[in-house]
Design a binder for this molecule. Structure first.
Ligand code: ZN
Length: 149
């Protein structure tokens, strides 16, 4: 089996059986769309007082790339801290923009590396990540930034 078809299988598997698919009633929600493909995502996330992502879920309609990316993204960021999640966003973007080497933390997401050859599809792959970025607490509001007067 070629590496490409192995990757395709990973993507199709996440597409057919998305992880963390569903809703988190009451949790903050962000809606993002990729009009060039018709992908939509609703992402919800619960961040604990320790700045760790306790739960993350998504629903939406979209192509295999957008859905698989959302499934894999939720898989890797759950349990991570907000800072670690920011780092993963940066790594994923570096992989798609510059074909950069990435840490093992990205796991299955490496399967989306080939998408960089198709600029239109990059928007599909990054949709869920834009949603994540938008949901992460503002760095200015992080506890360490709040120094008592
Ligand atoms: Zn798409």
């Amino acid at each position: 089996m070629s590496l490409d078809s192995l990757y395709q299988e990973v993507i199709l598997d996440h597409y057919k059986n998305p992880h963390h698919y569903g809703t988190l009633p009451g949790a903050p929600l962000i809606h993002e769309e990729n009009p060039s493909c018709g992908d939509q995502i609703d992402l919800q996330m619960i961040v604990g007082a320790d700045q760790r992502i306790q739960a993350i879920k998504f629903t939406g309609q979209g192509c295999a790339i957008s859905r698989a990316s959302a499934s894999m993204m939720t898989e890797v960021v759950e349990g991570k801290t907000v800072d670690e999640a920011r780092q993963l966003i940066a790594e994923f973007q570096q992989m798609l923009m510059n074909d950069a080497d990435v840490s093992d933390e990205l796991g299955d997401l490496e399967a989306l590396r080939g998408v960089r050859q198709f600029p239109v599809r990059v928007k599909c792959a990054t949709l869920a990540w834009h949603a994540l970025q938008a949901l992460l607490p503002d760095a200015d509001n992080a506890p360490e930034a709040k120094t008592p007067a």
